[in-house]
Design a protein. Sequence first.
Length: 255
Amino acid sequence: MGPDKRKDRLLEMVENTPKRSRASIKHAWVHIEKAKALVGIDNEMAVFRAITAEEEVATGIIHALQDIGYDRANLLNPRDHKHKSGMWYLLKIISAFMHGVDSEGVFKGIVSEGNGEDGGKLVISFPSPIHGDSRWVNPVPPLNFSISSDEKNISFQKQAQELASIHNKKKLEKFISKEANLRNELIYASPDGLPSVTEAPSGFISERKLRVMALTYAYLLISQYREKQVFVQQSLDAYLRMLGRNQAEHLHHAL
């Protein structure tokens, strides 16, 4: 299935999720299409639209977390650009962790549309962790598992510090704050002059489209299941700690 058909199928699934959160997801894709249409006409607004698309899909995720009732989800503010801009980096950090520890291929899951009772919903299939077992396992709900060490859930702190270091920041929170300010730099003048995007930002928009796609998958894996899923809660707590919103003493901070 090509990217456009995949997007259309995801948006069909989004139609069956709660109204408040699905509106943000649908609007994110509107922003992407308008960003592409503005290339060469108003490059600054094209980039602005692409950034806003990512923030809109993050808004949908925040609303979903709050509507389902995840613990401490109220600490996320859907109007705070930092809280929205960092969502993509949370996915990157989790991916980096799983890649770093996955010597046995345990975390090489496949996200697909379910069958039967799960038709119209996303499911995740993992290779069986049992040696010699060629079967695949499907957590129900798909994110109802946890990753722990020394009886504490992993906080992904090591991966967050590594990502911050790549961007010459001591804390990821500082880098996320800088990213969140990109929108303002596109619409307001500074002492250095007027904002200007001289080259066609097609590559930038394509990259943000990929982020919106990945975050739409994350949204559906959360919102299509009305119970609180363990790994979603673990990821939320880790994210709050990255944002400086929660000390999260129940997490393993070394990992």
